[in-house]
Design a protein around this ligand. Structure first.
Ligand code: G3P
Ligand code: CA
Length: 294
C-alpha cells in the first residue's frame, strides 16, 4: 500500500475512534471535579436529560443572589421564572408566621435566640444579614402575610411547616391566612413537611392541596415513602437512585430533590434529573433552567 493511502487510513481511523469516544455518555463519578461548563456540555450530549416539565423550586428564594427568605430573594426568583418559591415557616411568640429556615435567628439575622420567644414586633427590630461579594446586605424578616401580599396569585408558594414546641400549632393559622388571601388552591400553593403529623393536619383542612413528605439526609426509607399519605416524596440527593425514583413513580408518587452539600449540588442536580425526578429545590435557578434548556 502506498504511504499516502496508509496515512489516509490512519487519519480516518483516528477520526472514527475519537468520534466514538465523544459520543459515549460521560460517567460522573467524582462530582467535585466537574464545573458548570462540563455539566452543560454533558447534558447537551444526552438528549434524555431534557425534562421540560421538571418543577424548578427556588429554595429559600434566590438565595445565591440575596439574603435567603426575604422579599428581595423571592422577587429575584420570581423574575428568574422559577416555578415555585420555597418558604420555610416559623412561628413567633404572638403566633405570627414568618419566613425563617433555622431553629434560631443566629445564622441569618442580626438577632439571636429562638423565634418562638420573640413577638413579631421584636423580630422586626432585627434584620436578615448576608454578605455577597464585598458588601453586606440587610433586609427585614418577612411575615408570610407580607410575602403573599407582595406576590398575590402571581406565584406558586411551596410552604414548609414545622412543629412548634413539638405541636401542630401553625397549620390552622396558615390555612386561614391562605384562605383570606384567596390562595388556598393547588394552583397557588403546595405544602411540605418533615412532620407526618403536620401534613396530616394540613390534609384534614385542605385535602386538595399537594403535599410533600420530606425525609432528612440518610433518613429516607423507601417502604415508608411508598406507604406515606403524600403526593410527593422529598429526598436529599444522596439518597436518590434510579431505582428509588422508578419505584416511587410506579406507586404514583412524584419525587422532589433537595441538596445539602453546596460543593456537589450542581452535578447532583444533573445526576438526579437523568433519573426523571419531578422537582428540584435549587439554590441556583439559572443553572437548573440552563440544564433543562440544553
Ligand atoms: O424543603 C426542602 C428542603 O428545603 C428541605 O431542607 O432544611 O433546606 O428546609 P431545608
Ligand atoms: Ca425547606
Amino acid at each position: 500500500m502506498p504511504w499516502r493511502s496508509i496515512l489516509l487510513t490512519l487519519v480516518i481511523a483516528v477520526f472514527i475512534i475519537s468520534g466514538f469516544f465523544e459520543a459515549k455518555p460521560q460517567v460522573l463519578k467524582d462530582s467535585e471535579t466537574y464545573g458548570a461548563e462540563t455539566l452543560y456540555a454533558s447534558a447537551a450530549g444526552r438528549p434524555e436529560a431534557v425534562l421540560t416539565d421538571l418543577e424548578v423550586i427556588a429554595h429559600r428564594g434566590a438565595n445565591n443572589f440575596f439574603n435567603e427568605h426575604t422579599l428581595t430573594a423571592y422577587e429575584i426568583a420570581s423574575e428568574a421564572d422559577a416555578d415555585s418559591i420555597e418558604i420555610d415557616l416559623r412561628m413567633t411568640k404572638d403566633h405570627e408566621l414568618i419566613a425563617l429556615h433555622d431553629t434560631t435567628l443566629d445564622r441569618t439575622t442580626t438577632g439571636a435566640g429562638v423565634p418562638e420567644e420573640f413577638t413579631l414586633n421584636e423580630i422586626k427590630q432585627f434584620d436578615t444579614v448576608a454578605v455577597f461579594g464585598q458588601k453586606t446586605y440587610k433586609e427585614p424578616v418577612p411575615t408570610l402575610e407580607e410575602i403573599v401580599t407582595a406576590f398575590k396569585q402571581e406565584e406558586h408558594y411551596y410552604i414548609e411547616t414545622r412543629l412548634v414546641d413539638g405541636e401542630t400549632k401553625m397549620e390552622e393559622p396558615l390555612i386561614n391566612l391562605l384562605q383570606e388571601n384567596d390562595l388556598l388552591d393547588p394552583k397557588y400553593v403546595s405544602f411540605q413537611s418533615f412532620s407526618k403529623e403536620s401534613l396530616k393536619k394540613l390534609q384534614e383542612f385542605a385535602p386538595e392541596i399537594r403535599s410533600t413528605l420530606l425525609y432528612g439526609t440518610d433518613k429516607f426509607d423507601l417502604e415508608d415513602g411508598l406507604e406515606a399519605d403524600a403526593d410527593v416524596i422529598g429526598i436529599e440527593s444522596r439518597n436518590v437512585t434510579k431505582c428509588v425514583v422508578d419505584t416511587l413513580h410506579q406507586q404514583g408518587k412524584e419525587v422532589h430533590v433537595f441538596f445539602t452539600d453546596e460543593r456537589t449540588q450542581l452535578v447532583e442536580q444533573q445526576r438526579v434529573m437523568m433519573y426523571g425526578v419531578d422537582g428540584i429545590f435549587t439554590d441556583d435557578i439559572d443553572f437548573t433552567k440552563q440544564v433543562l434548556k440544553e
